[in-house]
Design a binder for this molecule. Structure first.
Ligand SMILES: Nc1ncnc2c1ncn2[C@@H]1O[C@H](COP(=O)(O)OP(=O)(O)O)[C@@H](O)[C@H]1O
Ligand SMILES: [Mg+2]
Length: 307
């Protein structure tokens, strides 16, 4: 089932008296239970797209549907959605509990239900011992956990994370990525994530869409998207001794040093065939490394093509 359906969405803004397209005929689907990564450089239109899905902005044309409902005509559907961004902050004098209660109430939760939800979530994120601590007294890690707890307060079936690790130090960013995976796995929540960090999207996403200047350039699993631009990967081998040079040459090995070889394989081609062929030709492999193209390689290639 498609949790998100975006069909031919366009949005223009006026800047210095001139109109420009922030989104230009964007279409994409997010399926139930997946982590979908929207990747693109700053200014690509990612946040604008999320704002359209949240009903904050209206598209000039096209449709945005969540669970099959048009977000403009059927605002009730937004009760099943939640949203946080790397820029989310709360009033400095509110306590952990105040923040969650406030946001719970804004989703219409009351009494026992909200108490239970606050208990569950603060436990899940390990902040149940600091319920009364004010926002300004929280560490970066505790703030991050509170922001995640807020994002689940209404038991959403779909959460948007807009640049969740923007400007955070790497150790916190790693924790955030773990939490996103955990929310998706343990709560079964569908996640739509935006980021301009390629490794983040690569690490988390089941599928991605690459957005550039308001247009979707490519979409699919990370592996598939990369496959469109790269068809090979490199294997580096350490061997006990280099012999049978004829065989090596015929089979496309490059000799890099006294004990080191390199060979290019097709993506999807297995290494075991390579190893048994080497063994059959008397070459003893002591170590093997592979270097596959990353999303970053893909991104660089796309940007070069766009120039
Ligand atoms: N309300 C607005 N009015 C005018 N321009 C805007 C508005 N919101 C965003 N933009 C512009 O639209 C472009 C895309 O913005 P945004 O969706 O925030 O990109 P991203 O989230 O991918 O960095 C940027 O050039 C931004 O300056
Ligand atoms: Mg943004």
């Amino acid at each position: 089932m498609n949790v998100v359906e975006i069909r031919d969405v366009s949005k223009r803004f006026k800047e210095h008296g001139k109109w420009f397209y922030v989104l230009n005929n964007v279409s994409l689907d997010v399926k139930e239970g997946e982590i979908f990564g929207l990747l693109g450089p700053n200014g690509a239109g990612k946040t604008t797209l999320l704002n359209i899905l949240l009903g904050i902005l209206t598209p000039d044309s096209g449709q945005a549907r969540i669970f099959g409902k048009d977000v403009i005509k059927d605002r009730g559907i937004l009760e099943r959605v939640n949203f946080v961004s790397g820029e989310t902050r709360f009033h400095w004098l509110l306590s952990v509990e105040d923040v969650l209660r406030f946001h719970g109430r804004s989703y219409g939760l009351k009494g026992e239900v909200i108490d239970k939800r606050i208990r569950e979530l603060t436990k899940f994120f390990g902040i149940d011992d600091i319920l009364n601590r004010k926002f300004f007294n929280l560490s970066t890690g505790q703030r991050m956990r509170l922001i995640f707890a807020k994002s689940l307060i209404n038991d959403p079936r779909l959460v948007f994370f807009d640049e969740p690790t923007l400007g955070l130090d790497p150790s916190i960013a790693i924790k955030i990525r773990k939490e996103i995976k955990r929310i998706n796995k343990e709560q079964g929540t569908t996640v739509l994530l935006t980021s301009h960090y390629m490794h983040e999207i690569e690490q988390l996403s089941d599928r991605i869409a690459f957005i550039h200047k308001g247009k979707i350039i490519d979409t699919g699993t990370v592996e598939k998207v990369k496959l469109k631009k790269f068809s090979t990967y490199d294997v580096f081998l350490n061997v006990r001794e280099i012999k049978n040079r004829d065989y090596l040459k015929r089979n496309g090995f490059r000799i890099l040093g006294k004990n080191r070889l390199q060979k290019e394989l097709q993506l999807g081609e297995s290494i075991s065939g390579l190893l048994s062929s080497l063994a059959n030709n008397g070459i003893d492999v002591t170590n093997i490394e592979t270097r596959k193209p990353t999303l970053e390689d893909y991104f660089v290639k796309i940007m070069e093509e766009k120039k």
